[in-house]
Design a protein around this ligand. Structure first.
Ligand code: DON
Length: 304
């Protein structure tokens, strides 16, 4: 498969679409990112890398980090995690409060904010230095020690994270948050603030594409069955109320973030990361989704 030729063609096709959608502004620091940037990187299981555009520019991975924090929580607690959250698509926006209230403080899945705040609570209560352990894990899985948090972004979100604070309070009321609310939210915001490039993200997702191999990175261990299940949750819940459309148009397990990034895997084949800051109404990158749709269409490789 000539991936380089395919992604070059995709890049040329989507560039005129860069103006569509709106970048996230509810986190003030994200409003300052230049939206006219687009990158893509594919990494195959045999170790080849294909990149185009702004694939080496760091951006805020935001909710893509929920995949890494879930991997850590599953490694620490195994199936106990599922007592505190479900694995059903929410069909609601990523920061919805209504559903959490109606369902008595049990988040639908780990990839909406409520679920990820419970995951952060698990890390905060089980680990002595969760911030340090989390970034060590991300560096290890990406094979890159230069990856770090952006504290300006974390603080910027903390300073106006009213909905997440409400979510954490509802969780606490229903005994689904062990730690101190402020402590857990600060950890959650730092986890969201990690900055990576498309190439670093593609590398970090490669172990999820290599689903038949046991997963072990800086002490985080997952069985092949757990990796398979993480991919299943990405497939059904990785795009909030656009998970159905993403499956329909792209057909890969993946996860998006409001920074405009999307990482996805074609199990047994490759991992891919795309980035372009402008989002559609559901909070997913317009150009990013189009690039992935074209990739699975042109290669005829997807899970379906
Ligand atoms: O908590 C938030 O709202 C952000 N830190 C993360 C949201 C996000 O990336 C959801 N994405 N599509």
């Amino acid at each position: 498969m000539n991936y380089q030729k395919i992604i070059n063609e995709i890049y040329e096709t989507v560039l005129p679409m860069q103006a569509m959608g709106r970048q996230a502004t509810y986190i003030p620091a994200l409003a300052e990112v230049n939206p006219e940037q687009t990158g893509m990187c594919v990494e195959t299981l045999d170790g080849r890398r294909y990149a185009v555009g702004d694939s080496d520019v760091r951006f805020s991975i935001q909710s893509i980090s929920k995949v890494f924090s879930l991997a850590m929580a599953l490694s620490l607690e195994g199936d106990k995690v599922w007592k505190r959250m479900g694995r059903e698509p929410s069909g609601a926006s990523f920061n919805s409060l209504v559903q959490l209230e109606l369902e008595f403080g049990k988040p639908r899945n780990p990839f909406i904010n409520a679920g990820a705040i419970v995951v952060a609570d698990i890390l905060a209560s089980r680990l002595e230095n969760p911030e340090e352990d989390f970034i060590c894990f991300v560096r290890s899985i990406s094979n890159d020690t230069s990856i770090g948090y952006n504290d300006e972004v974390a603080l910027s979100e903390y300073s106006c994270g009213y909905l997440n604070a409400a979510i954490a309070n509802v969780l606490k009321f229903h005994n689904n948050l062990e730690g101190d609310i402020d402590r857990v939210l600060r950890l959650y915001y730092r986890i969201c603030s990690v900055e990576m490039t498309c190439c670093q993200l593609a590398q970090a997702f490669l172990p999820f594409a290599d689903h038949r191999r046991e997963f072990c990175h800086s002490g985080v261990r997952l069985t092949t069955s757990q990796v398979k299940r993480m991919n299943a949750v990405m497939q059904t819940c990785g795009f909030y109320d656009e998970a159905g459309d993403f499956s329909f148009l792209v057909g890969l397990p993946g996860k998006s973030g409001v920074g405009g990034g999307i990482a996805a895997v074609c199990p047994g084949n490759y991992s891919v990361a795309v980035w372009s800051p402008r989002l559609n109404a559901k909070g997913n990158s317009v150009v990013g989704m189009k690039m992935l749709e074209l990739l699975t269409t042109m290669t005829e490789e997807s899970v379906f």
